[in-house]
Design a protein around this ligand. Structure first.
Ligand code: KG4
Ligand code: ZN
Length: 343
């Protein structure tokens, strides 16, 4: 089935065409201008989506060498995300559905990330563990099939990406600071400062990152009241990154050991913006390998916010819910996080 998908839940406008699980195009336009405001400004994000969405969809069709008439279904992110941004994408998708008489499949954005391992690597089987780690989410999922997964653990406060961004801001890096910390950490010693690894030994699979931010701030204010000297910034950044990565890896590997059957085909998928972090990729791969568990980290175009992951899960699920009316254009967008655990 040829599916055209649209993703506009935050600050990326994206359109993709996927056919038979093969990505024919995946166009992503990032709204870099938010950087000067220190974070995403929702109203500006929706306006920018509105300006670019038509061109992005046209580009996705052109790159896939398909005409709209050859598309068989539309998929669109309907939740969670910024409400104005979601409305732009879903209304555009509804318009196309109406004009071409196509079924429309609303998709949960987090589910797109959860299943992105299979998009990258078709040998990813079930069950597997997915760590979805971004600016808004940090959760571990046990994924049993294309329609069945459950949350094993989640952050109780800040998402890991939020922690990267807030601490980067304290260190004077521009938004989003995660990639900046990753870059400068390569020049630093991760053992220079012993920042807390909150909940690393707790019996559950939950996370907490807000204490790390507070601890870094207090430490720096006390020891460097005039600001961190330039020659120490890389050491501080590397130590912060290590603290975040250590907890993510420890909990995810522990979840995989507990929940996955003991076989050679066990897989951990890491997805979402923070999965681009080089130390997270390195350490997850090496720690998981000790237990014969393979780590799959989708390429950047499939790990950041993108429409290919939305098309992929829509195609896998297409019409599995026979009670649902796929020509219903009255479905609403929803800004809040994952509502229910799919059983
Ligand atoms: O998934 P994403 O593009 O957007 C959402 O938050 O939904 O994730 C963005 C987050 C930001 O917090 C950003 O700082 C973080 O991912 N990020 C990174 C890296 N690249 C992106 N954090 C650490 N290291 C990176 N290399
Ligand atoms: Zn995302």
């Amino acid at each position: 089935m040829a599916i055209l998908a649209i993703e506009s839940s935050c600050d990326e406008t994206s359109a993709a065409v996927v056919k038979g699980s093969k990505v024919l195009s995946n166009i992503i336009s990032s709204q870099y201008f938010h950087s000067k405001y220190g974070g995403v400004v929702p109203e500006l994000a929706s306006r920018a989506h509105l300006e670019s969405i038509s061109g992005i969809v046209t580009e996705a069709l052109e790159k896939a060498s398909l005409h709209m008439k050859e598309i068989e279904a539309i998929a669109v992110t309907s939740e969670p995300g910024l409400i104005g941004s979601l409305i732009v994408g879903s209304n555009f998708a509804k318009g196309i559905s109406l004009k071409y008489g196509l079924p429309i499949i609303p998709v949960n954005h987090i589910e797109g990330h959860i299943y992105s391992g299979g998009l990258q690597d078709s040998s990813v089987t079930f069950p597997h563990i997915s760590l979805v780690v971004s600016g808004g989410h940090t959760s571990i999922f046990l994924v049993s099939s294309y329609s069945k997964y459950k949350v094993i653990g989640s952050t109780r406060d800040d998402a890991a990406g939020e922690a990267f961004d807030k601490i980067a801001k304290i260190l004077g890096f521009p938004y989003p600071g995660g990639p900046e910390i990753d870059k400068i950490s390569k020049k630093g010693d991760p053992n220079s400062y012993d920042f807390p690894r909150s909940m690393i030994n707790s019996q559950n699979f939950d996370f907490s990152f807000s204490g790390l931010k507070t601890s870094v701030r207090y430490y720096l204010e006390k020891n460097f009241p005039d600001g961190v000297p330039d020659d120490l910034i890389a050491d501080v950044a590397a130590s912060v990154q290590q603290a975040i990565v250590d907890v993510l890896v420890s909990k995810t590997v522990k979840a995989a050991k507990e929940y996955l059957p003991d076989s050679n085909r066990n897989v951990i998928v890491i997805a979402g913006g923070v999965s681009a972090n080089s130390e997270l990729r390195r350490k997850m791969s090496s720690e998981a390998a000790k237990f014969n568990i393979r780590t799959v980290a989708p390429e950047l175009e499939y790990s950041m916010d993108n429409a290919a992951m939305i098309a992929f899960i829509a195609e896998k699920r297409a019409f599995y819910n026979t009670d649902y009316d796929y020509f219903d254009l009255t479905f609403k967008v929803n800004s809040s996080h994952l509502r229910a655990k799919r059983k």
